[in-house]
Design a protein around this ligand. Structure first.
Ligand code: GLC
Length: 644
């Protein structure tokens, strides 16, 4: 990973006479060069002055263009020029072509940027994407463990390195902005997005947030004004703390539903990570689809403007979620026109309007022209967007850097991901009662069995938000190492490995005595957002049967690949050892590293492991707390070499 090239940021105040001299020199230089001096184009000027100068030159159409973020598929040069588009995004799975290379991504972004730079004022677009566990939309990118696994590491330094690697891989494709980190505090594992949350515990989410934001954006200098967006040099990216606020606290974990809490509890449980993100200079905040006490977050002026902007001093920009303005429109009571008015009035600055941008632009223009939306509100929104673009050097360095293409899937990043995998695994059982520990496993076994649907499936071990929005199974999803491949690489070449995805009990019984042990890998298939909402949280079939059949015949280690705790109590007695692997990503070697003792288990539960879903929601600190495994639990093992 190369050191990040530095770039301009807020120049320290200089004596007035020097400033006057600088202005005169700049003006003289421009005049001799035969062009008008344009303050906003002068990187030596304080960002505030550049924002004010540019804003004063903008038409209403150019201002509303800056507030529009459209989907890649619609972002032709003609559309970008016609609508003065300020931002483009890749929705989950939206790529220039299947298995597009870093170079192809760069070419796509550069084409859009050149169109933006051709507009009257030459304001660059900011291209955003969901790089939420590595640069996961992109084929061959390093896929890191999802956030629930990072919470299990308890290691902010590691998480910061993951942020840096992710930023470098995003820049490899010419993309300077990611909709990450998700700073949700997931209070109910029935929520389909719980794996995107570092923990049920607010303080652990704060610890991870305070590492990931500077990992992505760079470290804001000491005494940097609180809330001012900070994005360092050309290998960092702008981040986005999401989804504001209380997305992880909805009733029964139902996605996009209602979080019923007192203001005190909302501020105690869900707000602190946003304060940390703002302190670290986060560039943007995305609003949640969910509601707080029945009020849609996208219309909540009190929380967005009074709390986030005025109390927490957030000076970056607030962005909607995907088509969120449409989703609060409920004709005949509330038309789209009213939804725009409510959201902009609430304090939204940029609208993720993937397809219907003509209607959005027309409606907003009408409302500003007839005074139902104040021009001051538009100017505040545009100033925030421009502040981020100036702060991250986008005017000085608008185009992708071809030198960075090689960062995609870089082997150093994969080593960091492998370390994150082994540090994220949580050992919950190691040896039956009264028997000696099973882990670490011997590398010199004569014959072992590897069984289950998730042992050799790269897509399953990566989970949702991987190449496609929902993720998918299979081994040609992207480049990586499955758990089976990692086991084969770890054991002695003389060890015989029998692999079966769907073991047959009778055939296992015939050769059971030949096996030194079995590794059973089962779990959840990929999902994202509402598709992952689940009220029963059982291990998907045929997982339970595989566990019972194999563990009833052979000494077994069960590895569970899932986005959250699942119902395991009925099977835990049959297991000799049990490992929660969460959603480890592409670097399966990290699983073998701890199974075979090259490294010890160190992971700790980032979430309570319930006995039954009837107990939910149940979180650390609750009065009635009776888990199978408590928050923070995790057995440890010593590396094998230390045992010799
Ligand atoms: C999705 C998600 C959000 C994501 C956005 C853009 O619906 O809610 O997390 O950043 O749309 O893909």
């Amino acid at each position: 990973m190369r050191a990040a090239p530095t770039t301009m940021w807020r120049s320290p105040a200089a004596p007035a006479c020097l400033l006057v001299a600088a202005v005169l020199l700049s003006a003289v230089a421009a005049a001799t060069a035969g062009e008008e001096y344009v303050k906003y184009k002068d990187p030596k000027k304080p960002i505030g002055e550049r924002v004010d100068d540019l804003l004063s030159r903008m038409t209403l159409a150019e201002k509303i263009g800056q507030m529009s973020q459209i989907e890649r598929a619609n972002a032709t040069s003609a559309v970008i020029e016609k609508y003065f588009v300020g931002s483009v995004l890749s929705g989950g799975g939206s790529v220039p072509s299947e298995k597009a290379t870093a170079k192809e991504w760069q070419q796509m972004v550069a084409k859009m940027q050149k169109a933006a730079l051709k507009t009257r004022l030459g304001i660059p677009i900011i291209y955003g994407i969901d790089a939420v566990h590595g640069h996961n939309n992109v084929h061959n990118a390093t896929i890191f463990p999802h956030n629930v696994g990072l919470g299990a590491t308890r290691d902010p330094k590691l998480v910061k390195r993951i942020g840096q690697s992710t930023a470098h891989e995003a820049r490899a494709t010419g993309i300077p902005y990611t909709f990450a980190p998700c700073v949700a505090v997931c209070r109910d594992p029935r929520w389909g997005r719980c794996y995107e949350s570092y923990s049920e515990d607010t303080k652990l989410v704060q610890l991870m947030t305070s590492a990931m934001v500077p990992g992505l954006q760079g470290d804001a200098p000491a005494r940097y004004p609180k809330g001012t967006p900070f994005v360092a040099g050309g290998m960092n990216v702008a981040g986005c703390a999401k989804h504001f606020v209380g997305d992880g606290g909805t009733r029964d974990g139902i996605n996009e539903n209602n979080t019923v809490l007192s203001f005190h509890d909302l501020m105690r449980i869900h707000m602190p990570p946003y304060d940390d993100a703002v302190i670290k200079g986060v560039a943007s905040v995305m609003i949640s689809y969910s509601s707080w006490n029945g009020v849609k977050m996208h219309e909540n002026r009190f929380l967005i403007t009074d709390i986030l902007k005025n109390k927490l001093k957030f000076r970056g920009f607030v962005i909607t979620d995907w088509q969120a303005v449409d989703r609060i429109t409920t004709p005949p009571h509330k038309h789209y026109y009213h939804s725009i008015q409510e959201t902009i009035h609430a304090g939204i600055d940029m609208v993720m309007i993937p397809y219907d941008y003509p209607e959005f632009v027309a409606d907003l223009t009408t409302q500003v022209s007839n005074g139902s939306i104040k021009l001051d509100r538009i100017n505040d929104a545009v100033s925030r967007i421009l502040r981020v673009k100036f702060a991250m050097g986008l005017f000085e360095n608008p185009l992708p850097d071809p030198r960075l293409a090689g960062e995609l899937g870089d082997k150093e990043h994969r080593q960091i991901a492998r370390e994150a995998v082994r540090r994220s695994l949580v050992l919950l059982k190691n040896g039956k009662h009264g028997e000696k520990p099973v882990l670490p496993l011997s590398k010199k076994a004569d014959k072992i069995l590897v069984a289950g649907s998730h042992a050799h499936n790269l897509g399953f071990q990566c989970g949702g938000w991987t190449v496609s929005w929902q993720g998918q199974g299979g081994n040609n999803v992207t480049a990586g190492t499955t758990i089976l491949e990692a086991i084969k690489a770890a054991v002695d070449e003389s060890t015989v490995i029998d692999y079966t995805e769907h073991p047959d009990k009778s055939s296992i019984a015939e050769s059971a005595k030949e096996y030194d042990y079995a590794v059973v890998v089962v779990g959840e298939e990929p999902y994202a957002e509402t598709e992952g909402d689940n009220l029963n949280l059982t291990i998907p079939s045929p997982g339970p049967k595989v566990i019972k059949d194999v563990c009833g015949l052979v000494k077994c280690v069960v590895v569970l690949v899932s986005g959250r705790p699942l119902v395991v109590e009925p099977y835990i007695g049959a297991m000799d050892a049990f490992v929660a692997a969460w959603l480890p990503g592409t670097e399966g070697h990290g699983v073998a590293d701890v199974l075979f003792g090259d490294h010890g288990f160190t992971g700790k539960l980032p979430r309570t492991w319930f006995k039954s879903v009837d107990q939910l929601p149940m979180n650390f600190g609750d009065k009635h707390y009776n888990p199978l495994f408590p928050f923070g639990f995790g057995l440890t093992t010593k590396p094998s070499h230390s045992q010799s």
